[in-house]
Write a protein that binds this ligand. Structure first.
Ligand code: UD1
Length: 417
């Protein structure tokens, strides 16, 4: 088991380079399985979730090489029974669509991932059934079979990121046209669609509510570079927003961050964007409280709502956060309260935060990736020593974060216990 020890309340200042997107990498690695040829991926972050995905793909029979880039070669022999490691990550569910479409069968354990409330996979299953797959869940294993997937009209009850990715990948090798209504528009979904199009898929409506996919007989190999991680960018933007901090975030994109930039500016944070750099400065010690509602893209991201909570604890006045994507995603709040945050659960999906509080070091534990990073942000601002246990959740999704934070002047280390 690993824990983080932070000696907080240091002025943080410097440059941070953003890594490739975790969620995009995981989706694109699954998309690569549709190809009949070699796929080369650049800028994939070196994190636990990616190494689990590499192992899973390797186990199927694909030949995966990784150095500064990941090379995925199609298999000569295939093993279409995915092992139990798949249940360690959420995005292993994204193997279901591509493998069913390409090989006509797969058995895969139900996915795991962060405990951020109820995470069903009914949209994935129902959508694939509409495309002609026969799917049963027996003893925690998803059994999927299809002689040939055939295009269909699918309406998602909620614009699910994962379900849109899965169905888009499957539909790319289905016979005929598929329309996905109420599809997700998150940048990672858009980038997966562009990657598939680069492999010869024909996906239209990218970035809109309706994706139209003309299925192809086969897809070719390609070379693709993963875009910068927008949630990592937001993490360092929030860190830069605490008083006296000044962080120059490099190798990122500002286009997908307008809701977050506007919110931070509204609170009184100084932000300057230039080309692929964002400079964030928490000059004032009079940040203002605010109300934030997390919604599907282009709304305020649910992951960012978790990350901004320690800053709202510091901002003067009463803030309110509401999550309309994962309504029960608040298990980190009781840990923040141990550090001196003053919060009150309102409805099931919203929390009131009474601000103007200096946080204090405490012993806390992680329950999920972004909630864990919220505790790191709180610990860096808090006076005294913070010990965060169960940090394997954070290690799954942030590349070199201890080194990046140390380079900004943070007194932070990770130890085994
Ligand atoms: C992905 C991201 C996660 C992000 C989330 C929303 C990965 C690995 N994770 O998660 O970081 O917070 O998008 O931007 O890429 N739902 C159903 N049935 C389904 C699928 C989803 O009811 O079959 C519900 C979920 O419970 C949730 C909502 O839809 O309330 C959104 O989930 P979804 O967009 O699918 O999130 P993930 O793809 O799991």
């Amino acid at each position: 088991m690993r824990k983080i020890i932070i000696n907080g309340n240091k002025k943080l200042n410097g440059i941070v380079n953003i890594s490739g997107s975790k969620n995009e990498s995981l989706a694109v690695m699954c998309g690569a399985l549709l190809s009949d040829d070699k796929v080369i991926l650049r800028n994939v972050p070196n994190i636990k979730d990616v190494s689990i995905m590499k192992d899973l793909i390797d186990e199927i029979g694909y030949k995966v090489k990784s150095s500064d880039k990941i090379i995925i070669n199609p298999p000569s022999n295939k093993k279409l029974e995915i092992n139990e490691q798949a249940s360690e990550i959420r995005n292993s569910i994204l193997l279901l669509g591509p493998l069913t479409a390409k090989y006509g069968r797969v058995i895969i354990p139900l996915p795991g991932g962060c405990s951020i409330g109820n995470r069903p996979i009914n949209f994935h299953i129902e959508g694939l059934k509409k495309l002609g797959a026969k799917i049963k869940i027996i003893n925690g294993l998803i059994h999927s079979e299809a002689e040939k997937l055939v295009g269909a009209k699918i309406r998602l009850d909620f614009p699910s990121v994962g379900a849109t990715c899965n169905l888009m990948m499957a539909a790319s090798l289905a016979k005929g046209e598929t329309k996905i209504f109420n599809s997700a528009k998150e940048p990672e979904v858009q980038n997966l669609a562009k990657f598939l199009n680069q492999m010869g898929a024909e996906i239209k409506g990218i970035g809109t509510d309706t994706l139209i996919i003309q299925g192809k007989k086969e897809l070719s190999g390609t070379e693709y570079s993963i875009k910068p991680d927008r949630i990592e960018t937001i993490t360092y933007m929030i860190l830069g927003s605490f008083p006296m901090n000044k962080i120059n975030i490099r190798n990122t994109v500002k286009e997908d961050l307008s809701e977050v930039i506007e919110t931070l500016k509204r609170m009184g944070v100084f932000i300057n964007c230039k080309n692929n750099e964002i400079m964030v400065e928490g000059r004032t010690n009079q940040l203002k409280s605010t109300a934030i509602i997390a919604k599907p893209h282009p709304g305020f991201p649910t992951d960012a709502l978790t990350l901004i909570t320690p800053l709202l604890s510091y901002a003067k006045g009463i803030s309110k956060i509401t999550d309309k994507v994962f309504p029960e995603r608040f298990s980190y709040i009781k840990e923040l309260n141990k550090m001196g945050a003053n919060t009150q659960q309102l409805e099931y999906n919203s929390v009131k935060i009474m601000g103007s509080h200096q946080l204090f070091g405490a012993k806390v534990s992680c329950h999920d990736l972004r909630g864990g990073m919220a505790l790191v942000l709180a610990g860096l601002f808090a006076k005294g020593e913070t010990i965060i246990e169960d940090v394997h959740y954070i290690n799954r999704g942030y590349e070199n974060y201890i080194e990046k934070l140390q380079s900004l002047g943070a007194d932070i280390k990770q130890e085994t216990y």
